[in-house]
Design a protein around this ligand. Structure first.
Ligand code: 13P
Ligand code: SF4
Length: 332
């Protein structure tokens, strides 16, 4: 860490001590930004813990949908983002694309009433609101299986947006049939109908990477996030959300080698040794990496100067229905 980084961190700490503010940082943030977080965690933990926090301002270091989720669950709080960076997957679907998927399914002979939508938390408040209006709910990678299991009890087909990999991986785990909407297969034959979105970072991991590490280090364990392609998840020893990966890897014998298929910043600080990134490239999430210490400092300064920048603002209707969808998940 350079002396200018340390100096900026000191200035940020001093500003935090003078303001009614909580700095929130997702695990994928750059190390020097992550260290400034009063609350750190995965997307679900952050939304829950921020709701229970009493500061007037939340400065959220993460991607747009995460800041929006905090605003939806805590409408009285003022939520600012040092960079309103949009997750590539969340960007793949908006209200219009969502409606068109429902129309495609109707055209294939599946009535709207026979569909229960579930959106991965990696989606805009607008998409969450459409899902809430249709009786559906939100899930995260940590609880997707439980949410789908409960939802299936209604006897409907699940419309899963926007991550096809997470939808297909859970379907495989549960022994259910899945399809990707618009790929030519018959949606009537599937239980889980997946929208065709994906994470540009987790797509980087391949079955060849798994084979490479197994050959190089016999006995190595392969652990991946369920946003990876189903072929990679099938070839892995463990599949889990961010918090589940941290727990699983933390419990391994220190001498056990592990190759991890998830975001670089997280893997890098996960475990001091015997831990490899399951890729020959550096799988950093470009949008998570956009937030710098300078951005965080500028955001805190803007609060002190009485002119807060980059504030999350949602229409009342969007916030209401997105909250309905998020609270249905929380209630489960
Ligand atoms: P978590 O819900 O595990 O925090 O993941 C968010 C994400 O963007 C994963 O790529
Ligand atoms: Fe979105 Fe993928 Fe980045 Fe997660 S890692 S924030 S899903 S682009």
């Amino acid at each position: 860490m350079t002396s200018s980084t340390k100096e900026l961190q000191e200035r940020i700490r001093a500003l935090k001590s003078r303001l009614s503010v909580t700095v929130v940082a997702h695990y994928y943030q750059r190390d020097e930004v992550f260290e400034m977080g009063d609350i750190t965690g995965d997307s679900l933990e952050l939304a829950k813990r921020t709701r229970d926090d009493s500061a007037e301002f939340v400065v959220f270091c993460g991607v747009g949908f995460m800041g929006e989720s905090v605003k939806v669950l805590s409408p009285h709080k003022r939520v600012l983002m040092p960079k309103i960076a949009c997750c590539a997957m969340a960007k793949m679907i908006d209200g219009g694309y969502y409606e068109r998927s429902v129309l495609t399914l109707e055209a294939a002979g599946i009535a709207k009433e026979a569909i229960l939508p579930i959106t991965y938390i990696n989606s805009s408040a607008e998409v969450k609101a459409r899902v809430g209006q249709m009786g559906g709910m939100v899930c995260t990678s940590a609880n997707a299986r439980m949410i789908i299991e409960r939802a299936m009890k209604e006897g409907k087909k699940i419309l899963f947006v926007p991550d096809r990999c997470l939808g297909q991986n859970i379907a495989r785990e549960m022994g259910l049939a899945s399809c990707v909407i618009g790929d030519g297969s018959d949606p009537k034959a599937a239980d889980i109908l997946c929208y065709d979105g994906f994470c540009s970072v987790h797509q980087l991991f391949s079955v060849d990477d798994v084979a490479f590490y197994r050959k190089k280090y016999p006995g190595i364990v392969i652990a991946v996030h369920p946003e990876c392609d189903p072929s990679v998840c099938e070839a892995a020893d463990f599949v889990g959300s961010t918090s589940q990966l941290i727990k699983y890897i933390g419990a391994l014998d220190p001498e056990q080698k592990v190759a991890v298929g998830t975001e670089y910043n997280l893997v890098n600080r996960m475990r001091p040794k015997n831990t490899y990134v399951l890729s020959s490239s550096k799988p950093e999430c470009p949008t998570m990496n956009e937030t710098t210490l300078e951005d965080l400092y500028a955001t805190l300064r803007s609060i002190e100067e009485g002119a807060p920048i980059n504030e999350i603002v949602l229409s009342e209707e969007t916030a209401y229905w997105a909250r309905v969808a998020l609270e249905r998940m929380m209630a489960l």
